[in-house]
Design a protein. Structure first.
Length: 304
């Protein structure tokens, strides 16, 4: 998908460690928190720099602070194509922490920098904050807010289409979806819309608190009451639908709180894509959990 900072200290730009390319066609660049492999050296350096930049701005936007450096750099693999961008982020969890994470992005370089990379790095911010898997709707919906205006406009249209065909889920049901459903684009669109609604009425910290409490024993009604003053998920659902009619239905564009990000050059308007997805979870006391976040555009080069 068109999917899923400057770090304002000198160490990122000055500290970019460019390692020798393994071949004439390959590039490799390493910063404090990322090690990037790409088909070309300029692409590897651009992705590495921008990864550090968005890691800072997204963490500040969501958590109010920068994250400490990770114990080991996150591998980022880049595949350059002529199409729109998509990405995959895989996590291992253990003892309430991320034990390993890895990002793969592909597409045109401008679309990777504008949308896919910020989206995938937002997943890493959430994984660090929660120390385990976040509910799918919240993880994907909120990560979409890190993308550029082109992608946000696309998802506004997806939400409008979802309501027209009455494909939306009641929020009490949406909150409990554990794996990606068959209507993946509708699921992404609704998650994006609900996340945007909750953030607009209560802010990002309250959203994270709501999600943490709701996912703890599936106490979504309690979380709606405590954090949004609504008696249960049904009342929250009514409020979201009313908000949708007033905002998206009136044509007001998405204007989430600013996160520093690239904007790709103007191009043809995207059509509604079809995503393919794989996800795997195994949360046991004996073995770390593993989770994969995957997004792909409905283009032959990006089909999984």
């Amino acid at each position: 998908m068109d999917a899923r900072v400057l770090r304002w200290g000198g160490w990122v730009l000055l500290g970019l460690l460019v390692l020798p390319a393994r071949s004439v066609e390959a590039g490799r660049a390493q910063t404090r928190n990322f090690v990037v492999e790409a088909p070309t050296q300029p692409a590897a350096e651009a992705v590495a720099r921008h990864a550090e930049t968005v890691r800072v701005s997204i963490a500040k936007a969501w958590l109010g602070r920068e994250l400490a450096d990770w114990p080991e750099p996150c591998p980022v693999r880049v595949k350059l194509t002529g199409g729109e961008a998509g990405g995959v982020t895989t996590f291992d969890f253990g003892d309430g922490d991320v034990t390993h994470q890895e990002i793969t992005v592909e597409g045109r370089l401008d679309r990777i920098l504008a949308s896919a990379l910020p989206h995938e790095i937002t997943h890493t911010i959430f994984a660090a904050h929660f120390g385990g898997p976040m509910p799918r709707w919240a993880d994907e919906g909120a990560s979409l807010l890190s993308e550029d205006v082109k992608e946000l406009a696309l998802h506004d249209r997806i939400v409008m289409d979802l309501f027209k065909r009455r494909g939306e889920l009641p929020l009490g049901q949406l909150f409990r979806v554990a794996e990606y459903p068959a209507d993946l684009m509708g699921f992404y669109g609704q998650g994006y819309s609900v996340a945007r609604f909750l953030i607009e009425i209560g802010g990002r910290p309250r959203f994270l608190q709501f999600v943490r409490e709701g996912m703890d024993g599936e106490r979504w009604d309690n979380a709606a009451r405590r954090h949004y003053g609504l008696s249960n998920c049904r009342e929250l659902d009514r409020a979201w639908r009313a908000w949708h009619k007033v905002t998206l239905a009136s044509g007001r564009p998405s204007t989430p709180p600013l996160i520093l990000r690239a904007q790709s050059d103007d191009g043809p308007e995207p059509t509604l894509p079809v995503r393919t997805s794989q996800a795997e979870r195994g949360m046991t006391a004996a073995s770390p959990g593993r989770r994969e976040e995957r997004e792909a555009e409905a283009r032959p080069s990006l089909r999984r």
